[in-house]
Design a protein around this ligand. Structure first.
Ligand code: BGC
Length: 343
């Protein structure tokens, strides 16, 4: 996000008129999966906060990242009389049809954490500064591997998130902006030669896929405690780091020689791995901050008031630039983990 837009705090008026709340105002919550820590917890957290504010809610989890199921759930929520849908999409580009139907019914759509693309039916986007997440991860590798003063090349491997998640692009962009100068100068060596999102992708953010790819990288490049030194692995999220760490441990690595591995989400497992010296860092994206942002959006929409946003330029979804509210991500490593554990 540009500094100018970061500093700007704005408000946006609803461009469409929403269906009048005849009885209770109802909110449909659609989370992409119940099998990942953050989505599971955040679905319930949002539901609780909305109910506390007096809203009726309907909560759906998209099975195990089942796109067809999520499409049906959107139709169901729209037909059940929801006034607002809060959607954490599985594939942000695959749900235009049900959303265009919802728009015709006057339902407001809030894109939750992941941008929904290819449709103007989305009204607001609540997320974190995703590019900043990537910068924090990339910069961490630069600092911990002392790339600025290194005379020996460092071996790093890169993992990309799921190709169908718009956020993955931003994480990669931020991280690569930090690392690219060192790749270009040869201080960073990517032995596998894999530096494109397509080749470095982790379908559905799956830890199993990450584990498979890391195992292959170890075999093909001879990485190991007694083999070629691997200095760092850029992992965009804890779930990917989990699969990578399992593969490295199987190859004989332990906390005394583990490469610097990045993560995101401050999952319970990720925090345990930081304590154990396996994961170097993660990123806290405060579920409270994001859910409060979304609840405030719903409150404003329900009262036909202006919705608070702080970014009007970063998120072009292919159909329009979506009015967004970006929360701030925070770096967590062993030096400040206690703060998170005591939250
Ligand atoms: C989210 C990350 C999460 C990843 C995998 C991304 O869209 O922004 O917080 O780690 O999905 O679930």
């Amino acid at each position: 996000m540009k500094l100018s837009s970061m500093l700007m705090t704005g408000v946006a008026l609803m461009a469409v008129s929403f269906s009048p709340c005849a009885n209770a105002f109802k909110v449909g919550l659609l989370m992409p999966t119940q099998n990942e820590d953050r989505w599971y917890k955040e679905g319930f957290m949002l539901e609780k906060k909305l109910k506390k504010e007096g809203f009726e809610t309907e909560l759906f989890y998209g099975g195990d990242v089942d796109i067809e199921l999520q499409k049906k759930q959107i139709l169901r929520a729209a037909n059940d009389g929801c006034n607002v849908l809060i959607i954490g999409s599985i594939d942000g580009s695959a749900i235009s049809d049900p959303l265009n139907d919802a728009k015709k019914k006057g339902i407001a759509i809030i894109s939750y954490d992941r941008l929904i693309t290819g449709t103007d039916a989305v009204n607001y986007y609540a997320t974190f500064d995703n590019e900043m997440v990537g910068h924090i991860q990339g910069k961490y590798l630069v600092d911990k591997l002392q790339l600025d003063s290194s005379y020996e090349p460092r071996n790093i491997e890169l993992f990309y998130g799921s190709l169908n998640d718009n956020n993955a692009k931003f994480f990669w962009k931020g991280a690569l902006e930090e690392l690219q100068p060192y790749i270009d100068s040869g201080v960073v060596n990517i032995k596998s030669g894999v530096i494109t999102p397509e080749a470095a992708q982790t379908p559905d953010w799956s830890d199993t896929e990450a584990n498979k790819r890391m195992t292959k990288l170890i075999e093909e490049n001879g990485y190991g405690p007694n083999g070629t030194k691997l200095d760092g692995v850029l992992c965009p999220a804890d779930c990917i780091a989990k699969g990578v760490i399992f593969a490295l441990k199987k190859a004989g690595y332990n906390s005394s020689n583990m490469p610097i591995i990045t993560g995101q989400d401050a999952t319970a497992e990720g925090l345990e791995q930081i304590k154990a010296g396996e994961l170097a860092m993660t990123i806290l994206k405060s579920p409270n901050a994001l859910s409060d942002t979304v609840v405030n959006m719903v409150k404003s929409i329900s009262k036909h008031e202006e919705v608070e946003i702080n970014d009007t330029s970063t998120y072009n979804n292919g159909a329009k630039i979506v009015d967004s509210y970006l929360c701030m991500p925070e770096l967590v490593d062993k030096t400040n983990i206690d703060k998170v554990l005591n939250m």
